[in-house]
Design a protein around this ligand. Structure first.
Ligand SMILES: Nc1ncnc2c1ncn2[C@@H]1O[C@H](COP(=O)(O)OP(=O)(O)OP(=O)(O)O)[C@@H](O)[C@H]1O
Length: 622
């Protein structure tokens, strides 16, 4: 029978029809208890920290949000059995799984070996494909929600994240680990099943490497890496690398579907298929055939309120009880509805063969013998975030001036001296007659002719006698000066005047762009989009900025928070602009520094004015 920790004072002894006998664990959103249903079957009961206010409507919304999740086969999931509310406390009942979570196992025993990771990959892809086929999404797929039962991996917490959102208790807030969240989930641009596929890949990397796929550090550091870095997949078995890499695509549309994952993993020619238990491979193939493999189903783009980070530096008011997650600000976007159910969805699974919730996908203990000494869990990679650095005085008004070389003053030659060479200034030079002939050949213009329409210094030069070496020196100097003047006129002058609107190449930007400007320069022209990370809140949100060259203002939009504001130029250079931001609530006005990067992107950094950046992000034209 199930092992559980003793109940603590204040723990429930029963919830609804379920008798509670012990504690299985505590997570971010609630405590999980071991219980029994009326038939004596062991169940896991998750009592959420959330307290539901709003009467029957909220209760119905909570229970109703599990409709799709309850249709998911229990083949590779901890099937949802019930969802209800006791008093004002919602709880979710699921199949009890006799085994630790992937998080617990890796913490205790280290990274999993190739055979285990392969079975995890297929088992959890089967679970995801079944979840998506039922019209549900997980949206909190992570190692803590993979339970390693004796009969194989089971995905738990199906439907919980959408249900929390349905009652306006958003997940993905500050304090939660963002390591398994997809870029679009972090940026709040609307999430669908593709976010689960990303999380699936990140979870496998964790299992194989024994550490979070995007490194450790503050939530904002991890988010930056999720947005911009490619994780190292070399800890994975070779056979999984390509599939996992494609599932980690930053663009959700570029990821395979869960069914597509199965199609790749269980391809008849793939060596992986032969290593899987027959029942699992059959279920996976049936799911792969029954669902689209390439066109990733996406819900209508909707702001995902889960990580919604109002770009305000001060904490939002919290009308909810202290145990509940902080709420969204009043005017933040309303929560996205749970993913719509496909109308043609069959009411139940499984596909390969009828499988009751307690079906055994395959035998074999995922907990056995997978420690690999070369996967040192202590060798945690900590990457440096890409954003920044921000020089404190990037707008330093130091013009790149170019000194004009002084023209040499040619000594006036003696026109009467046409026979005797001028004594050479350098001994040994000019003593040969052929020098004179050569010079004559060059200066064949009659002495008086060149003076017409010529600059005086050139005209004077023509008065030099052939063979005069001083003349040669003067000529060289003159040609050098002329070439210098030509370079300045043709190349440098337009740049110094800021007329060169070609984007700077790496290494050039600093040299030419630190010149002060009084309006928005050409190099900033256009609309720039990207995601800013709010370090204070450990959250991120999209930003759009539009610059028109020659203007003193620009437009800044935070689509997720439905704020549009005006940036007003205060000082700047061709590379960096300092601006004040005036923006209505719930967003917050402040000062903004926008800096052009050598790779053609912009870094947008906001502060309350005290110098410390509250949020910042990389923007690209688009
Ligand atoms: N269906 C289940 N069967 C057996 N044990 C379970 C089950 N569900 C959860 N547990 C146990 O309870 C612990 C806590 O689960 P919970 O889902 O709350 O963790 P979490 O995923 O870290 O938190 P959250 O989902 O709230 O962020 C798990 O680590 C696991 O040991």
């Amino acid at each position: 029978m199930a092992e559980a920790l003793p109940l603590q004072p204040g723990d429930p002894r029963g919830l609804g029809e379920y008798e509670i006998s012990g504690r299985l664990g505590v997570g971010e959103h609630g405590a999980v208890f071991l219980g029994r249903d009326r038939s004596g079957r062991a169940v896991a009961v998750k009592l959420l920290h959330l307290r539901l206010s709003g009467g029957q409507e909220a209760r119905d919304a909570f229970a109703g949000a599990f409709a799709a999740a309850r249709r998911v086969s229990g083949f590779c999931t901890a099937g949802i059995l019930d969802a209800a509310v006791e008093g004002d406390r919602p709880y979710v009942v699921s199949e009890w799984v006799d085994g630790p979570s992937l998080t617990q196992l890796v913490a205790e025993e280290g990274p999993r070996g190739a055979a285990v990771v392969e079975r995890l990959a297929v088992g959890t892809a089967v679970a995801l494909a079944a979840i998506h086929r039922a019209g549900a999404v997980h949206h909190d797929f992570k190692p803590a929600n993979i339970l390693l039962g004796r009969d194989g991996p089971r995905v738990s917490d199906v439907g919980v994240a959408p249900a929390l959102r349905a009652v306006d208790a958003a997940t993905g807030r500050s304090g939660e680990d963002p390591s398994y969240r997809a870029p679009e989930q972090l940026s709040g641009m609307g999430v669908g099943p593709a976010a689960d596929v990303f999380a699936w890949a990140a979870t496998l990397l964790f299992a194989a490497a024994g550490r979070p796929p995007f490194g450790e550090g503050s939530p904002s550091e991890v988010m930056q890496r999720i947005m911009y870095d490619e994780p190292d997949v070399t800890a994975l078995p070779e056979v999984l690398r390509d599939t996992v890499t494609s599932a980690l695509a930053k663009d959700p549309a570029a990821r395979p579907t869960a069914a597509g994952l199965l199609e790749r993993l269980l391809d008849d020619s793939a060596p992986l298929a032969a290593r899987m238990p027959e029942s699992l491979a059959a279920e996976g193939r049936a799911l792969a055939k029954s669902s689209p493999a390439s066109a990733q189903p996406q819900p209508a783009p909707a702001p995902d309120p889960a990580p919604a980070p109002p770009p305000v530096p001060s904490p939002a008011p919290s009308p909810a009880p202290s145990s509940a997650p902080s709420p969204e600000p009043p005017s933040a976007p309303s929560p996205a509805p749970a993913a719509a159910e496909p109308p043609s969805m069959p009411p139940s699974m499984p596909l390969a063969a009828p499988a009751p919730p307690s079906a055994t996908p395959f035998s074999g203990d995922l907990r056995q013998g997978s420690w690999s000494p070369q996967n040192d869990p202590d060798a945690t990679r900590v990457d440096t975030p890409r954003i920044g650095p921000f020089p404190e005085d990037a707008a330093s008004p130091e013009p790149a001036t170019q000194a004009m070389p002084a023209l040499p003053s040619a000594p006036p030659p003696d026109p009467s001296d046409r026979t005797e060479p001028t004594p050479h200034l350098i001994p040994g030079l000019g003593s040969h007659r052929h020098d004179e002939r050569d010079s004559t050949a060059i200066l064949s213009i009659p002495p008086e002719e060149p003076r017409r329409g010529m600059p005086p210094f050139l005209a004077n030069l023509t008065r030099f006698k052939p063979g005069n070496h001083l003349l040669g020196v003067a000529l060289s100097l003159t040609i050098g000066v002329l070439v210098g003047v030509a370079i300045i006129a043709l190349v440098l002058w337009p740049q110094l005047r800021g007329e060169d609107d070609t984007p700077p190449r790496a290494g050039q930007a600093n040299a030419v762009d630190d010149r002060p400007v009084t309006t928005v320069p050409e190099g900033f022209a256009g609309t720039w989009k990207g995601t800013a990370v709010n370090s204070g809140r450990g959250a991120s949100f999209p930003i759009e900025v539009t610059f028109e060259p020659g203007n003193k203002t620009a437009r800044a939009v935070y689509p997720q928070n439905r704020c549009a504001g005006t940036l007003t130029f205060t000082k700047g250079t061709n590379r960096t602009l300092q601006m004040t931001l005036a923006i209505p609530k719930p967003c917050t006005s402040g000062t903004v520094k926008v800096t052009r990067q050598a790779d053609g992107s912009l870094v947008y950094a906001w502060s309350a004015g005290a110098g410390q950046y509250g949020y910042q992000g990389k923007l690209t034209r688009g």
